[in-house]
Write a protein that binds this ligand. Structure first.
Ligand code: F6R
Ligand code: MG
Ligand code: MG
Length: 363
């Protein structure tokens, strides 16, 4: 029987500003998922936070885009907002619940979701990455490195099972169309698109030799749903590891250098992406820097075993201090590009109001 892994997340309120999900919300979500486990809807679950985003990780047999599963996740976020976030007056309570009532699929309603379904291998390790204060395109660079760059992933050269390459599904979030591009032969075309992470977002990666799913990412752009700035999308990503997929260490290698992403303060700044252990899964300086946590699991008989806190290791200290140094440098630009995002992105924040105010002063 095939197993589905779903990671669904939403910012439904946080502590002391947009800093961290309080334990009360995590406990509420755990209790709710436990009751769905008892009812047999899901097979296992794990709840955590990426900064101010509540993360529901669970396995089931309903497949990708199951209405029942999406409705469950929606009702947990709704219940947690009504029963915990609002009474506690948590900051930005219910922020990501952009629609009033559930309508068949949680995509397009505010929460972010990544899902994949597969037949379990003899042993099936996965990694789940969850980011705060950035956008879905933040996965473009590491996903390219993991599945297409032999300087990152030795297996692309050495392991015959990886050698034929991968197929990337890229979503144009503005036009709503998807492209499938093969690596290595179409690497340059792929890079031409995904080098614009605000518009072209990697949604899936499949193994070329047999079409097996290798990675699935969330692609929600909140501002495109709401038509205005309502917090950054804070994406999630599931990646399969080992035995014909990149090794766990090759997957993690893609995060060993800090690269720049869009998000950070007010979703309007470029800043360094910092890989952190769970204990640092809260934002600080300038509401950041944008950060990513990584959890490793085994999928065993359809259940999650784990997790291991993948960035809780001194080998990521250099990436963290590099990120802190970059933060220090780029902050010196204050409100100037390229620290502040370009005008297309500012369309969703204050730029239209400023232009409106100045309208009558044109000469
Ligand atoms: C970024 C984010 C924060 C807020 C900032 C202002 O995604 O959530 O950086 O934009 O703290 O928040 P408000 O407008 O709620 O005071
Ligand atoms: Mg928030
Ligand atoms: Mg967030």
């Amino acid at each position: 029987m095939k197993t589905t892994i779903s990671v669904v997340k939403a910012d439904i309120g946080s502590l002391a500003g947009h800093v961290i999900v309080p334990q009360e919300l995590i406990d509420y979500a755990k209790d709710a998922l436990e009751s769905y486990l008892e009812k047999g809807l899901i097979n296992s679950y794990y709840v955590t936070n990426a900064g101010d985003d509540l993360q529901l990780i669970f396995t089931h047999n309903k497949g990708v885009d199951s209405e029942e599963i999406h409705e469950m996740a929606w009702s947990i976020f709704k219940g947690a907002t009504d029963n915990i976030s609002r009474p506690m007056k948590l900051y930005a309570a219910g922020q990501d619940l952009l629609k009033d009532a559930f309508s068949g699929n949680i995509r397009g309603m505010g929460p972010g979701i990544a899902e994949m379904e597969f037949e379990e291998r003899k042993s099936d390790p996965i990694a789940i990455f969850m980011a705060d204060k950035t956008e879905p395109g933040a996965w473009n660079l590491p996903l390219y490195k993991i599945f297409a760059d032999p300087f990152n992933t030795a297996g692309l050269v050495i392991d015959p099972r990886l050698h034929s390459g991968f197929i990337y599904t890229v979503l144009d979030v503005v036009e709503g169309v998807e492209y499938e591009l093969k690596t290595p032969e179409e690497s340059y075309d792929l890079l031409a698109l995904i080098g614009t992470p605000s518009r072209y977002v990697i949604k899936y990666v499949h193994r070329k030799s047999d079409g097996e799913i290798a990675a699935a990412a969330s692609t929600t752009r909140l501002s495109l749903i709401a038509g205005k700035y309502v917090g950054k999308d804070d994406p999630v990503l599931i990646v399969r590891a080992q035995s014909g997929f990149p090794a766990m260490g090759e997957i993690l290698e893609a995060f060993a250098a800090s690269y720049l992403v869009a998000g950070w303060m007010r979703g309007s700044h470029v800043g360094p992406f910092m890989p952190v252990p769970l204990k640092y899964s809260k934002v600080a300086r300038f509401d950041g820097p944008p950060r990513v946590i990584g959890l490793g699991f085994q999928i065993t008989d359809g259940k999650l075993i784990g997790p291991v806190d993948l960035f809780d290791d001194p080998s990521f200290d250099i990436a963290r201090s590099e990120a802190a140094r970059i933060a220090d440098y780029i902050r010196k630009h204050g409100p100037f590009m390229p620290h502040r995002l370009g005008p297309e992105e500012m369309e969703y924040t204050t730029l239209p109001q400023v232009l409106e105010k100045l309208k009558n002063r044109f000469k």
